[in-house]
Ligand binder design. Structure first.
Ligand code: COI
Length: 331
């Protein structure tokens, strides 16, 4: 049997080879190109495909795979928000993802950036680089003095909660599904409004769905405490960027951690050094000393990437052998 993988980056290649070596019975092919309607043909004769991209898996792209007889697709990442799931269903696709490749990768990044905003490290770095070694007015806020509100208590949210608690923060949480252990320990507040009202730091750890687009907007921000720190290492679509900019301008928001951006596709993970920067709004955010922009790199660790590749190939191998995969996407 044969598995074909799309958009394999250089840093993933060793893990593809590691998996292929451990599975000599499977022929493994791959390309560094994204899966599109046009490139689908590279997977000809494969039984399944392993994929990751932020570009949409459109109806046409899925149809092109189905025309080759391929309907078993394993994502190397967690999010499924860029797949035309109606079309996938109509074509009978079986899809797997890797929901838990390394919650720590994202949670650690979110925690580090939260602490950096609280200690104003970007302001200090800029001052120091310019020879200004004075303390004031760059005074820090200690994590232990903050109430940290976590929205979404899945694997990533829970690790973030532990790290922030390790620093001594008071942690509260909101989720539509309440984890029994966290519930028993009394972490949950009943409403988002309550979380907004009580939190000094708010960190998002929920997937993007059609119901939570721009859940952080002018209205929700108005319910937050003054000087709130907002952390989004989840999905750009959750945050109304214009509303956040207004709140940064007015001083309502103390700092913003932004690893994801609603218009990031085609901009993040690209080199703009010798080209005109394509997004003025993003450029404006990048240059603010209380905004920490990272280009969707919270996940990007050696631990995570290895798991993403190995688990996606394991899943696809199960699918093409008609065995139950560990993490099928229910849709
Ligand atoms: C995901 O796993 O869905 C992510 O957001 C990380 C991705 C950029 C590889």
């Amino acid at each position: 049997k044969r598995i074909f993988a799309f958009s394999i980056r250089k840093d993933e290649e060793p893990y593809v080879k590691e998996w292929a070596k451990a599975h000599p019975e499977i022929e493994v092919g791959y390309t560094d190109e994204l899966l599109t309607e046009k490139t689908a043909k590279y997977a000809k004769d494969a039984n399944g495909v392993v994929v990751y991209q932020q570009l949409s898996y459109t109806a046409e792209t899925l149809q092109a795979l189905a025309d080759l007889g391929i309907t078993k697709m394993s994502l190397r990442n967690v999010g499924v928000d860029n797949i035309d799931l109606d079309k996938a269903k109509a074509l009978g696709f079986e899809i797997t993802n890797v929901p838990v490749y390394s919650p720590n990768a994202i949670a650690e990044h979110a925690a580090i950036q939260t602490a950096r905003v609280l200690r104003q490290t970007k302001v200090l770095d800029e001052k120091i680089e310019n020879g200004d070694l004075r303390w004031a007015p760059t005074i820090g806020r200690e994590v232990r003095d903050q109430t940290v509100g976590v929205i979404g208590t899945g694997h990533i949210g829970r690790v973030y909660m532990q790290i922030m608690e390790g620093f001594g923060a008071k942690v509260i949480a909101f989720d539509t599904y309440q984890n029994p252990e966290l519930k028993q320990k009394g972490y949950y507040v009943d409403t988002l409004d309550e979380l907004y009202a009580k939190s000094d730091v708010i960190s998002l750890h929920v997937p993007a769905t059609k119901d939570n687009t721009h859940m952080i907007n002018s209205n929700s921000i108005s319910k937050m405490k003054d000087d709130v720190v907002l952390v989004n290492c989840s999905r750009g679509a959750l945050v109304d960027t214009d509303a956040v900019i207004k709140a940064l301008d007015s001083g309502k928001i103390f700092g913003f951690v932004m690893d994801t951006y609603e218009d990031e596709v085609g901009i993040f993970n690209a080199d703009w050094r010798h080209k005109d920067f394509p997004d003025k709004r993003l450029e404006n955010l990048i240059h603010r000393s209380n905004v920490l922009v990272t280009p969707h790199t919270a996940f990007y660790t050696t631990h995570a990437v290895r798991n993403m590749v190995l688990k996606a190939f394991d899943n696809n191998c199960n699918l093409i052998n008609n065995k139950p995969a560990d993490t099928p996407v229910a849709y």
